[in-house]
Design a binder for this molecule. Structure first.
Ligand code: GLY
Ligand code: MN
Ligand code: MN
Length: 483
């Protein structure tokens, strides 16, 4: 862990607090979540808390004063519990390990808050962050404020304002520093390797048994294997592995459906490394050869993604990529006959009427970072509202979309989803295609950090034909060595 980086982030947040009128920031980590009986879900820290501390033990709190004093509350050492749950850092070692000014046993939280909140102009915390009575910060805060009111006659004032910390933190997290980008590159490269592995796996399975099938969960297992063997802690979100028509269900998850020769497989999966997500989608032919209709639509989606990438550079607006992709998709719908010119008119008409939404009904990207759909304002709130199209194609009045800056990370993920319907050429029925890459905004444009897996149709087919033996014990350059 690069402690200096976390110290620097806390210093910058303290500076932002001072600039906004001062006060005390209170940032709890995420609660543990029971799964059933006495088993919990795998623990995942809170993204804000981890961004500021690098500490991933549950039951921890960070208090940050506007002078930059950082106080950690964490679980005390407990030899009995550590036998079951693993070692704890403990308050005594926290200042040296995490660079905080002070640390206390979390069971003293109420007493520490009574002292730290006294005479503060404001208390800052991320509003509405975690649900559940055991963590609900708003409820705890009510108790602390009531305690301070009771001391008013001794000259103790409670904070006069409660303020949402999220915008300050989101603004910081939106632009990634060099350490963050290095971790995101690693996550993207591991995920790309997992997609490539899934393609090779399907290629090999259908070579061995051309008339057979592969189940979605078998492909998911290949992804998970590749994530973990390279040290990713977990998937960053539930993996989508969709065989054939299942690709037209946007939030499908890997199930047990058979994938057969002649069908496409859509995989939307990415791993999380040290708290940072990757988010990649590839669509490939089960047996390694696109049919003509599949290839026709695939190339339209790929061209739309290229248009989105070309529209992603510093000074462009985040929404520009979507508009660029929609135009290419709409043109492709007309050229392929998915939409009938005689009925829907020109490409401008298709965009104006939102007729394209029959086959493309989602946005083209989102911020990516610690969260798959990362924090960060999408609108340029300092600018006056203007009439514009939202991602659904509706005319709305709101501030323009945000200007991109170097260090921001976005996904670019156009798609086409063709459900059987009257007037839609049957050769396209049940084809679902999405192509998604992770783009870092650079000084001059953007860099797609997830291209370690092929995206051109010919290159995908070549990879799936590739029978060269793979050295499973050798890690690829750039991937991390696990302990
Ligand atoms: N995998 C989530 C998304 O693409 O937004
Ligand atoms: Mn995405
Ligand atoms: Mn995705």
């Amino acid at each position: 862990m690069n402690t200096a980086n976390f110290i620097d982030r806390r210093a910058r947040l303290a500076q932002a607090l001072r600039a906004a009128g001062g006060g005390l920031a209170v940032i709890p980590t995420a609660p543990e979540r029971p799964r059933n009986s006495d088993a919990d879900h795998p623990y995942r820290h809170d993204s804000h808390f981890h961004y500021l501390t690098g500490f991933d033990e549950p039951a921890s709190w960070l208090l940050l004063s506007d002078s930059g004093e950082a106080t950690l509350l964490c679980r005390a050492k407990d030899p009995d519990r550590e036998i079951w749950d693993g070692l704890r850092l403990g308050p005594a070692d926290a200042p040296k390990t995490l660079g905080v000014s002070a640390a206390f046993d979390v069971t003293t939280l109420d007493a520490v808050m009574a002292e730290r909140l006294a005479n503060q102009p404001a208390v800052w915390f991320p509003f509405g962050l975690h649900s559940g009575p055991e963590i609900r910060l708003e409820t705890r805060l009510e108790g602390w404020l009531a305690g301070l009111r009771a001391r008013a006659r001794s000259g103790v004032q409670g904070p006069a304002m409660q303020r949402d910390l999220t915008p300050l933190l989101a603004e910081m997290r939106l632009v990634k520093d060099a350490d963050e980008l290095a971790t995101m590159r690693l996550a993207a490269s591991i995920s790309a390797g997992a997609h490539a592995r899934a393609m090779r796996f399907c290629g090999a399975q259908f070579r061995a048994a051309p008339q057979g099938f592969v189940r979605e969960y078998e492909i998911e297992a290949e992804l998970l294997h590749e994530f973990r063997r390279h040290g990713a802690q977990s998937p960053a979100y539930t993996s989508i592995v969709a065989a054939g028509a299942n690709a037209c269900v946007l939030h499908y998850v890997a199930g047990a459906a058979p994938l057969r020769a002649g069908e496409l497989c859509l995989i939307d999966a990415g791993c999380e490394v040290d708290g940072y997500a990757s988010d990649i989608t590839r669509t490939f032919p089960a047996n390694g050869r696109f049919t003509a209709p599949q290839r026709e639509l695939y190339d339209i989606v790929l061209a739309a993604q290229q248009a989105a990438a070309d529209a992603t550079f510093p000074g462009a607006r985040q929404r520009d990529a979507h508009h660029a992709a929609v135009r290419v998709l709409a043109q492709g719908m007309l050229d392929s006959g998915l939409l009938n010119r005689a009925t829907v008119g020109s490409v401008d008409d298709v965009i104006e009427s939102t007729a394209y939404r029959q086959f493309y009904m989602h946005g083209t990207g989102h911020w990516l970072g610690r969260d798959v759909h990362d924090v960060g304002e999408y609108l340029s709130l300092g600018e006056a509202p203007v009439e514009q199209k939202d991602f659904m194609g509706r005319t709305v009045v709101m501030p323009p979309s945000r200007l991109l800056e170097p260090g921001m990370v976005v996904t670019l993920e156009p798609g086409l989803y063709v459900r059987p319907a009257a007037g839609v050429p049957e050769r396209f029925w049940n084809i679902g295609i999405r192509i998604e890459d992770d783009a870092v905004v650079t000084d001059t444009g953007c860099e797609l950090i997830s291209r370690g897996v092929p995206v051109q149709a010919d290159e995908i087919e070549a990879l799936m034909r590739d029978t060269a033996p793979r050295k499973s014990s050798t890690r690829k350059a750039g991937l991390r060595e696990t302990a």
